[in-house]
Design a binder for this molecule. Sequence first.
Ligand code: GLN
Length: 476
Amino acid sequence: MAITYPSYSGLKEALFSGATTAEELVNNYLQKIKANAHLNAFVEVFETEAIAQAKAVDAKIKSGNAGRLAGMVISMKDNILYKGHKVTAASKILNNYTAIYSSTIVERLLAEDAIIIGSCNCDEFAMGAANENSYYGPVKNFADETRVPGGSSGGSAVSVQAGMCHASIGTDTGGSIRQPASFCNAVGFKPTYGTISRHGIIAYASSFDQVGTITRSVEDAALLTEVMAGPDEYDSTLMQAKPASLSAELKKVEAPQKIAYLKEALERPGLDPEIKEGLLNAIEKLKQAGHTVEPVSFEYLDYVVPTYYILTMAEASSNLARYDGVHYGYRSPNAVDLTTTYKRSRSEGFGKEVKRRIMLGTFILSAGYYDAYYTKAQKMRRLIREKTCEILERFDFILTPTSPELPPKIAQEERDPLVSYLADIFTVQASLSGLPAISLPVKNNAGNLPFGLQLTTKRRNEQGLLNFSKTFLDLS
Ligand code: GLN
């Protein structure tokens, strides 16, 4: 059976010493994927191609010209384009769509000899936090199959959790990497907005969307981010400077750090008692290790979810206008003219949650309501960002739970959307502010269900965040 390596360095040693081969690894992962097919984590498995890639990588290792990710077997969320492969954003409207080019990140990962084993189930167009809004049905949490894996990158998180690949690439608009990572005992890292190219990523809300990693270790988050990051002529929202080498500089932080925790977060009535205890324990351990940990007030906490949803729905309604039954994707067989092609293709092609957001987003942007909702939410976003950055002037990191709840049961009926949206309360602050944030699994928690804690830091302080994450994991 597959041996799972906690980080790529151990795997690399095994590959380069001849203890294992990329082909053997791929075969082992393929077996695991088959054995766990009922978890519904994959939309498509690229079996033949992954084996061929593995053979090529093994030859490169032998001849001494292998790339920095040689033999790292990864999965990718089903909203990342890989030329010649089906990509659907877990939506019926793209069910018959094949990517006609590769995203920049796929090109960069392949250039370093990563092996892509398949595409992962997710919430439709990355809208959701439980992976229940998928055309392909819900994904099951490997820790407890009656529970959700989180979302929207739920399949990605489970593919790592159940050892079906080494690491996974997802996207995070308002927590879609961090929250499923916390539900599935993994490290979920979202870098600063504008770090990684989104060329060839299916858009949800463009002023928030960011690519990130779900891994078993902080080391792998650093390595994968480093390979994917940096300017790309196809994405003008990227920062022009490539972040410094994250993996080479990765080391535990010895010096005392200043950590803020949000008073309002700790006092929230909806916070699960076990998660609260985990947070309090972490605060205690950090203090014992000599760090300064202080409560701060963040008076906008109640506004982060409404602000996030008004803005993302508005952006989504515009981004998803392209699925019209004409350009590509699903076209209704019941259409008789142009108008019915638009109407019926969209009505039949999109799922319920996506339609809800398109309609609300269109309403928010409509002439009479634009100022009342969209403009006001933009102003709120600015206040949230300014306040968050002001806290990060005084502190190195903000510590919060990743999610207020433990993985809920897979629901037979639709959840109340407002209740679901509120569960994003701790992850959207970093997204509204464009800041880097990471979810780290809490070890030795009392119950059997995984959960994580989140650290957020200043813009572009990926190195500081990853270094401190190593320190933090050792404490917990
Ligand atoms: N749960 C959030 C939403 O539904 C976040 C999704 C995401 O980050 N893609 O919008």
